[in-house]
Design a protein around this ligand. Sequence first.
Ligand code: T1G
Length: 693
Amino acid sequence: MSSPVSYSREGRIAIITVDNPPVNALALPVRAGLASAFAQLASDADAAGAVLICAGRTFIAGADITEFDKPIEEPWLPKVLAQIENSNKVVVAAIHGTALGGGLETAMSCHYRVAATTAQVGLPEVSLGLLPGATGTQRLPRLIGVQAALDAMISGRPLSAKVAHQKGLVDELVEGDLKAGAVAFAERFIASGQTPRKVRDIAVDTSSLPADFFATYRKNIARETRGFYAPEQIIQCVEAAVSLPFDEAVAVENRLFMGCMTSSHSRAQRHLFFAEREVAKIPDVPKDTALRPIKQVAVVGGGTMGGGIAMNFANVGIPVLLKEISQEALDRGMSIIRANYEGPVKKGKLSQEAMDKCMSLITPTLDYKDLASADLVIEAVFETMAIKKVVFGELDAVCKPGAILASNTSTLNVDEIAACTKRPEDVIGLHFFAPANVMSLLEIVRGGKTSHEVIATSMAMAKTIRKMGVLVRVCFGFVGNRMFFPYVREAQRMILEGVPAERIDRVAFEWGMAMGPNGVSDLSGLDVLDKVNKEWKEKPADPAYCRMIEVLVGMGRYGQKTGAGIYKYEGRNAVPDAEVAALAKAEATRLNVPQIEVSDEEIIERLLYSMINEGALILDEGIATRASDIDVVFCHGYGMPRYRGGPMKYGDEVGLATVVAAMEKYRKRYGDLYWTPAPLLAKLAAAGQKFTP
Ligand code: T1G
């Protein structure tokens, strides 16, 4: 098989080209090819310098992430980069597309870098639970300074070529023919008679670093990186860059990189990287399915959800009609949207001009007839089937043929909604998560009759509005909420058993959840949860089921929105309420629920394993396409930390046999109703297999 790295020459400049689609990842053949090409450069007496360039859409976009779970094969990347840097002939990297991770590290091992003005460069390893393990933590600080290098590596965000040039990471920006620009750069350098500069020989500038720089930096990132393993390792590598000679510091980087690569965090984050790409692949919907153009959208219902949904389209320049039943409701809806934009404007995150443009794209209306030209209509009215049926009846009457009719329902049966139209093939669920203009998850609910075109168009539309679209099938609660129900159920049961709500939440928070189940219940609204439970036809026949939610709703304690729910609220600050604990004890006595001691480990097992078991049932029923789709749902819509990889990946990490054994323990205590292992879970556990690859 031919090498993905080729060697040619233009005059006295060697052109070393990497061609390894789709992103020129540094798989073994590429590393071996680079080593061989730079050996050829060294022995080519007619070559006075070299340009390293890539074919296809981007410069090298990093190491090959699929290789990390396999034994390392020589040549190891740092070794190849040392060979490049030790060339006594000038080497110029010619960057286009996204030079990321090992790609930027390769470019930094070159003596100089030129970039297309549209290029981006970055070290996003942290998002994979890794650190730049091919001397990136040592070379980047030498080129752009300690603070900027840390910011780039801890955030993982790329720099534009322009900013990289301003910071000294890129030596020249090239408009037009990149290769010609790089060759000209090399020619000029050779003509200057200079010796090529090695980045490793640049001193790390510590002159502007206060003595407590690293301590302050750690404090400043503590909140956003809570629980993640890699960020601290990156900081230690940069501390080594500041205090040790290059080679010794590289040894520190190697050691800490191996620690990251073998961590459960990195396995989880690498799992999500591929999972977020897999979700777009729908087995029974061909990739070339025709898409319907979405040029005009309409949202029916201008409440919090409807307003947020409308913003998603305005934000990407798509005109959207906002329909309400009264002028007062419409005015309220428009003011919600305006307030949502004014916040970021006040914080300087959005320009007034951008806000005005978005607002100009949202047109209020009271008249269904105005929706006749819409390509996509999203209903976001009350979560009551009767009301939704009325709305879809109206839409069926006024919307043009081929319009996609979507419901933002979070639990109700999309097939039942579709059945009240003459066009069930055009009906789909688009379940946005609150706040709809912020949360990245979009559950796309295919009905039994939803056409492939409508599915494909909805998946593409999710990408357009920068949402993570996950296709699911119809059941009560679809995937996310259906798995959230047992999570809340167990939290509620433990409150009845005498476990303080705040302790349950603390344990879940320390496990990594953004907020514990009780805080989330108060945030979502206990009244909303109670209403869902009442709408749930197959609700478990268990008088203790979410009983405290019922009791509190009966007292008008809906959660944050009424200043009291499971907690009392002083502003947004949740305060444990002894009255709730007393009420729970009384209810437990009435329901004959024993008071028990529950360990932190049991809290996690009951919260997470009940969720994992529901996920296995969902897979058994074909509601989700694959286990990793479920993980994407929970990491994009429910505040589950990426370093856990999602509930199904977490189950794999714990071991499914361990999960089943724990379930059997709770089955003995509580019976079969909640703790019978799902067939898929039992099968995989017995076979020593996993949910995810
Ligand atoms: N390794 C393997 N496959 C990769 C890959 C990679 N680094 N990057 C992308 N792919 C696959 C991806 O799975 C998909 O496959 C296809 O390429 C297109 O990707 C030593 C340790 C470059 C911005 O983290 O950010 O270097 O689904 O759909 O939207 O210090 O891919 O088609 O079968 O995302 O145009 C560091 C990861 C690695 C960059 C392009 N690098 N990639 O986005 O296409 S660790 C990264 C991306 C490392 C060193 C360390 C994006 C992209 P399929 P795509 P895109």
